[in-house]
Design a protein around this ligand. Sequence first.
Ligand SMILES: NC(=O)c1ccc[n+]([C@@H]2O[C@H](COP(=O)([O-])OP(=O)(O)OC[C@H]3O[C@@H](n4cnc5c(N)ncnc54)[C@H](OP(=O)(O)O)[C@@H]3O)[C@@H](O)[C@H]2O)c1
Length: 275
Amino acid sequence: MPILVTGATGTVGGCVVRRLLAAGHAVRALTRNPSAARLPAGVEVVAGDFADPASLVPALRGVERVHLVAMDGDGPAIVDVLVEAGVRRLTHLGHDDPSRPDDDPLESWHRVLRKAIESSVPEWTHLFPGEFMANTREWAPSIRAEGVVRAPFGDWRSTLVHEDDIAAIAVEALLTDDHVGRTYQPTGPEPVGRRDAVRMIGEAIGRELRFDELTPEQAREQWQDVYPPEIVEWFLEMGRYPEGNSWVSPDVEEALGRPGLTFDRWARDHVADFT
Ligand SMILES: NC(=O)c1ccc[n+]([C@@H]2O[C@H](COP(=O)([O-])OP(=O)(O)OC[C@H]3O[C@@H](n4cnc5c(N)ncnc54)[C@H](OP(=O)(O)O)[C@@H]3O)[C@@H](O)[C@H]2O)c1
């Protein structure tokens, strides 16, 4: 019986696919565009789009376990389609910040999906990670072209998490009964400053990199063509918390029995992205 991985062409989903294959499982991957998907040999690739929940039905044939990346569409309608198709176990990669109210524009969609999963799916595990180390790949074009990163808040620190730690928890939760009904908030093992992250990428690729600190206004200008306005303002909110986002979650260690992977390890894993 295949395990369906959604977001299989993405950051965490790609690691989930590789880990399931390595563990000897049949993997079916969902993508909106099968002809563009670069997935490992042996993966069955099936088209489907969260924006049209009925389009997920072919990918769900004979599937009881799903890794769901929360991206788009009508959350409760997607959950209904999954459950009607016979899905029993779901790992849900998404986002939830309990300090924000239900009607917060950045929270409400995710919270509605979370509640639908909890009320309908027999066996669920939520994964609400901290900021991904992989987000630093947005620096890749200027690193490759000029050896420079232009970003705000150089000293701001965040417990960035390696995508493969998130994937490892998802795979444990798909394959064993030990994580049913759990909510994990995986973070990295230590806070990493923006400027330090740039230095570690430079060390990994063997090139000295420069960090040019932008003012929030300059950052807003740089991001306005890349991200929706509410996301840009959310990023800029960081500056209001000079102590950074330094909380180290115990969840990677608790779920996997080992500490989370560090940023310098991530940089070494991703040399090809920056060269
Ligand atoms: N990035 C972070 O720092 C961070 C932190 C905490 C939580 N999260 C959460 O982690 C999740 C992944 O985020 P990400 O930005 O890193 O994603 P990502 O890895 O870039 O992946 C996006 C994936 O979603 C699939 N996808 C997008 N829209 C889809 C649709 N309409 N129908 C079917 N598949 C669709 C894409 O597949 P195709 O293009 O192949 O169709 C792609 O594989 C999100 O729920 C996010 O809220 C992210």
